[in-house]
Write a protein that binds this ligand. Structure first.
Ligand code: PRT
Ligand code: ZN
Length: 283
């Protein structure tokens, strides 16, 4: 049985559980409990505070875990990384009061900066050759300038609205983060095999999230031209329609290229274009 640590309650929790579910793994119970066993896969879920996850995985209390890179690197445990998972994207940024004049990072020399990420911030300041006093606080960092605790802050930003509503402006990006899968470095052979199985499923889910299945009708004399515009795993599927002179083309397109491809195939004569989500994708 492989033990996975995920955040009990917070911004990583739901997407972490969704990923497990999308891998076809079922479990009863919720994060109200400390742990739960999966019913159809040798996996046990531990629900923890995100800050504790790297330590528990490093010590082998949990075998694997899902945590933000910001927390992992702050705790000096990036060597546990298996791979990035593509969700909970955010950045650690420096911000100053909106009314402050700011021209470069050198303006922070001699200033007080409040943060919950002293190690990441110190490394960034060292690299930039800036000397500042770091005040480590555990929460509500954004209010530090207004209560006179610091002249600047270094905090996690995603939409930027927290900064704006506290009269602050983002001036430097210190670190880019997303959720990552981490693993203990001394897993037994058996546990490693379960992890491989889980990764196989995660990859199928991730590929499917980015891909769309596309179906369209094409005049037979346009099949070649349209096929060239369609990316596919091997080659598009071509099936005859009941109406003579027409065929149906099926393929897989990447979400990022999607609109551009649609425009081109439409211009080339495609009709009745349908785009449907893919649940799993194994290649
Ligand atoms: O209780 P526990 O210790 O487990 O949770 P936590 O409160 O420490 O963490 P939580 O749930 O807030 O965040 C977990 C992880 O989600 C972080 O470590 C990041 O990797 C990631 N993440 C993604 C974020 C955000 N987006 C985010 N926006 N973490 C925090 N925020 C906060 C930020 O601190 C600030 O207060 O949201 C505010 C900014 O958001 P915007 O959208 O207004 O810019
Ligand atoms: Zn935390």
């Amino acid at each position: 049985m492989l033990r996975i640590a995920i955040q009990k309650s917070g911004r990583l929790s739901e997407e972490s559980l969704n990923l497990i579910r999308e891998c076809g793994i079922s479990f009863i119970g919720s994060s109200l409990k400390l742990k739960t066993e999966c019913t159809n896969f040798p996996l046990e879920i531990l629900f923890l505070r995100d800050d504790d996850i790297p330590g528990y995985v490093a010590d082998g209390v949990a075998d694997i875990g899902i945590v933000g890179q910001n927390v992992l690197v702050e705790e000096g445990k990036e060597e546990l990384t298996v791979e990035a998972l593509g969700f909970s994207k955010c950045r650690l940024s420096l911000a100053v009061p909106k009314s402050d004049e700011y021209s470069s990072i050198q303006d922070l020399n001699g200033k007080n900066i409040a943060t919950s990420y002293p190690n990441l911030l110190q490394a960034f300041l060292d690299k930039q050759g800036v000397q500042a006093q770091i005040h480590t606080i555990s929460g509500s960092v954004e209010i530090a300038p207004s209560i006179g605790l610091a002249e600047a802050i270094c905090d996690i930003v995603s939409s930027g609205s927290t900064l704006i509503s506290n009269g602050l402006k983002e001036v430097e990006r210190v670190f880019k983060s997303e959720a990552v899968l981490i693993a203990n470095q001394e897993l037994t052979q058996e546990k490693r095999q379960v992890l491989e199985k889980l990764l196989f499923r995660i990859h199928a889910v991730q590929r499917a999230r980015k891909a769309k299945y596309i179906l369209l009708n094409s005049p037979d004399d346009k099949i070649e031209e349209i096929s060239k515009l369609l990316p596919s795993i091997k080659a598009p599927t071509v099936l005859p329609l009941a109406e003579e002179g027409w065929s149906s083309l099926h393929s897989v397109v990447n979400e990022d290229d999607f609109w551009e491809i649609i425009e081109k195939i439409k211009a080339a004569g495609a009709q009745g274009i349908l785009v449907v989500p893919i649940e799993k994708m194994i290649i």
